[in-house]
Design a protein around this ligand. Structure first.
Ligand SMILES: O=C(O)C(=O)C[C@H](O)[C@H](O)COP(=O)(O)O
Length: 326
């Protein structure tokens, strides 16, 4: 549950918070449901009004919440102080001992949860939250691999969440990435996992070198993709996408984002867009363009989730223009 002050206020500058539900996997699940896929969230939530409101929000987007465990305990919360102009955004986590963090790893019966699934998406946030969730994530990928379910993994490195466990991050991340078909990560993630340096001057060269190292290390990996931002300030950035396959390196046009409404969830919109493209058998360049469009348009929407449908992304891609559509 995300609590953020209205507009660009500092937290508690006025006595109110806006509430949004989100999180890396939830955002991807919701976006994929909106894009027309059957999407199931596997998680644990409090058996109280907050947990029920969260599940109901996911259902509103079309996500199947029937596999979510509800148990006594607290909701994971984060406070977002949204940045503006030259003041960066800041996140304060309050997630220790949440129902999700405490749910024993063996509470999830992965073979039956994954029955009928084609794809499993998860993020490094599971690894950062604690030993228990890290074990659950590892069990999930092993079960997915055994059931021939494809796996995408978003490194989503959050140093504040790893805290004193940061030294364990590279090995835990490597354990999951070694099972993944599709990796959402950049040169900083690969540098962390493989203890390497990518000192190249351009983002494209750093990504290419990092992807080469990733493909050489993890034979299962078929794709690596990332968004890259060039900040002029918080509200004014350039955004583009990068993707490497085993034999090609692709990039997108650079999109200028000005007057950003909400940047949280841009990476998750990108991830959902790319998985959508794979399911629709889009050519590599088309799926990358679709994914960066999703990321780009997410910045216009308050909250974590890209609420837009395929037609919205396609309209932008085909230069639908900015006139009122009427
Ligand atoms: O659960 C957490 O702690 C998260 O950080 C989840 C984030 O809200 C999203 O994963 C957004 O991440 P981006 O899409 O990269 O903006």
């Amino acid at each position: 549950m995300r609590l953020s002050p209205p507009g660009c206020e500092l937290p508690l500058q006025s006595p109110r918070f806006n509430v949004h539900f989100g999180g890396a996997e939830a955002n991807v699940a919701a976006s994929l449901a909106i894009l027309g896929h059957r999407s199931v969230m596997i998680s644990a939530l409090p058996d109280n009004m907050l947990g029920r409101a969260c599940a109901s929000e996911l259902r509103k987007h079309g996500v199947d919440t029937g596999s979510i465990r509800h148990a006594e305990g607290r909701m994971g919360v984060y406070y977002l102080s949204p940045g503006a102009m030259h003041r960066p955004s800041e996140v304060l986590y309050d997630r220790a001992d949440s129902v999700f963090a405490r749910m024993p790893a063996d509470a999830y019966d992965w073979p039956s949860l994954l029955a009928g699934a084609q794809w499993l998406h998860l993020s490094g946030i599971n690894l950062a939250l604690g030993e228990t969730t890290a074990r659950a994530a590892l069990a999930a990928v092993h079960a997915a691999r055994a059931a021939n379910v494809s796996i995408s993994f978003d490194c989503n490195y959050r140093s504040k969440l790893w805290g004193s466990r940061a030294a364990q991050a590279p090995a835990l991340l490597r354990d999951i990435v070694s099972e993944a078909d599709l990796l959402f990560g950049n040169d900083r993630d690969i540098a962390l996992m493989l203890d390497m340096d990518f000192p190249h001057a351009s983002a494209m060269d750093r990504f290419r070198a990092a992807a080469e190292a990733a493909f050489a290390t993890w034979p299962r990996l078929q794709r690596m993709a990332a968004t890259e931002r060039l900040h002029r300030n918080v509200d004014d950035q350039d955004l583009f996408g990068l993707m490497a396959t085993r034999d090609r390196m692709l990039t997108t046009a650079t999109h200028t984002l000005a007057n950003i409404v909400d940047r949280i969830g841009g990476g998750d919109a990108f991830a959902a867009g790319l998985v959508h493209g794979l399911f629709r058998n889009m050519p590599d360049q088309t799926m990358l363009d679709f994914a960066i469009t999703a990321a780009c348009l997410k910045h216009s929407i308050p909250g974590d989730v890209n609420l837009l449908r395929e037609a919205d992304m396609l309209a932008f891609l085909t230069q639908g223009g900015f006139e009122v559509r009427r």
